[in-house]
Design a protein around this ligand. Structure first.
Ligand code: ATP
Ligand code: MG
Length: 381
């Protein structure tokens, strides 16, 4: 899949930009703060119907403006095209269209524009806290699976309600007796969503391991298995009996929620659930989160993200568009070059960097280069 062209108006510091992209490598050069990441953010937006950096929609509207509009022409691997559009108002209203048809649910965007995003903090994926790995899993899975996106959204909404309820009890705004019934209702709702989230995360981690091992071998020149395993505080999810029926799993999760309920009331906050999951990352027998060297954890992080593209391909037979935002400075030159070559092999790639050295001497078959200056793009080649 590739993005053939884009028209961007009023998106952050990008005032009015019209671009036709290379089907191969697109390089955005420019000093800090010129609009490189903004451009990638605008191009990626329709993949999940949100900013990849978690920015609120209002923040995307150009300061001093009231409206932004972005149109991207997408070409699928079978040669067909899709016109994706989104418009946001400063007031918060949003319109998304695919081929002129309004889209109201984010789940309807799933699979229309597949992307994999490398941000500057991607290299911390293995060494950083569990929230980074959860976010990575969520981004990957939401882009693949509408049921997952729906379950995650519903889970997060109900979890916020449950947290509020527990807080209210702790502060004495609600009695424990009153809260218990409501808590049971939230737990029943949460157990259903947690079942979907847990199972899908587990499957996804399993699918990631093969391609991650392969990518790691390519990047680091070391052929050791890289395994990723889903770890949950819910025992029912941590030791899933694959043959057990889904209903059984949901019942087990609900039983765990019920068991920990009195402790949650005492402490005034939820104590278990997929929002606290983690993913173990092992190189051979070594737990990289604890024992990995800086270079190992960085390479493993990049390999995991790259592997996400193979998972997308495995499930959908689509090569996602890759965005590499300023990550080469975090890798040694050798690894950076191997990453570039591997990405460019069969993907459309967008690379943003403030250091022209990062791509110096690299000449893939199809390549376009721009300089980004204060929200404007100047074609260099
Ligand atoms: N809503 C907005 N309206 C206008 N300008 C904005 C808005 N949001 C961000 N900016 C500006 O966009 C610029 C940042 O752009 P961006 O993050 O794309 O930089 P960059 O080229 O990626 O830089 P770096 O190399 O430091 O990552 C900043 O100067 C910021 O002030
Ligand atoms: Mg940037």
């Amino acid at each position: 899949m590739r993005i053939r062209s884009a028209r961007i108006t009023g998106f952050r510091n990008l005032d009015d930009v019209e671009l036709v992209f290379s089907p191969g490598v697109n390089v955005l050069l420019g000093d800090n703060g010129q609009g490189k990441t903004n451009l990638l953010e605008a191009l990626d937006y329709l993949s999940l119907g949100r900013s990849h950096r978690g920015a609120r929609n209002e923040e995307l509207v150009r300061l001093g403006g009231d409206h932004l509009h972005v149109t991207v022409e997408i070409e699928r691997d079978d040669g067909s095209s899709l016109r994706g559009e989104f418009g946001l108002d400063r007031g918060g209203s949003r319109r998304i269209k695919l081929d002129g048809q309004p889209v109201t649910r984010r789940a309807d965007l799933v699979g229309q524009l597949s992307t994999v995003f490398f941000s500057p903090d991607s290299v911390d994926l293995v060494r950083g806290g569990p929230e980074l790995r959860r976010r990575f899993a969520d981004q990957g899975l939401c882009g693949l699976d509408g049921d997952y996106l729906a379950a995650l959204t519903a889970y997060q909404r109900s979890m916020r309600q449950k947290s509020r309820l527990l807080r209210d009890v702790r502060r004495g705004f609600r009695t424990e007796h009153e809260a218990r019934r409501e808590l049971t209702a939230w737990n029943e709702d949460l157990a259903g969503h947690a079942t979907v989230i847990g199972r899908r995360r587990r499957e996804w981690a399993g699918e990631l391991a093969g391609p991650a091992t392969e990518a790691y071998a390519h990047l680091a020149g070391r052929d050791t298995p890289l395994t990723i395993d889903h770890q949950s505080r819910l025992e029912a999810l941590d030791e899933v009996d694959e043959s057990a029926p889904i209903m059984q799993l949901e019942r087990d999760i609900l039983a765990e929620f019920a068991y920990i309920g009195p402790e949650e009331i005492r402490r005034g906050r939820p104590l278990t659930g997929p929002h606290l999951d983690d993913f173990g990352v092992r190189l051979g027998e070594l737990d990289l989160r604890v024992y990995g060297s800086q270079g190992e954890t960085r390479s493993a992080a990049v390999a995991m993200i790259l592997a996400q593209s193979d998972v997308v391909y495995g499930r959908r037979r689509v090569r996602p568009v890759l965005f590499l935002d300023d990550i080469f400075s975090e890798l040694d030159r050798d690894r950076a070059r191997r990453l570039q070559e591997r990405c460019a092999h069969d993907h459309q790639v967008f690379i943003a960097t403030a250091r022209p050295d990062d791509v110096d001497g690299w000449a893939p078959d199809e390549m376009a280069v721009w300089r980004v200056e204060n929200g404007r793009l100047i074609t260099l080649s």
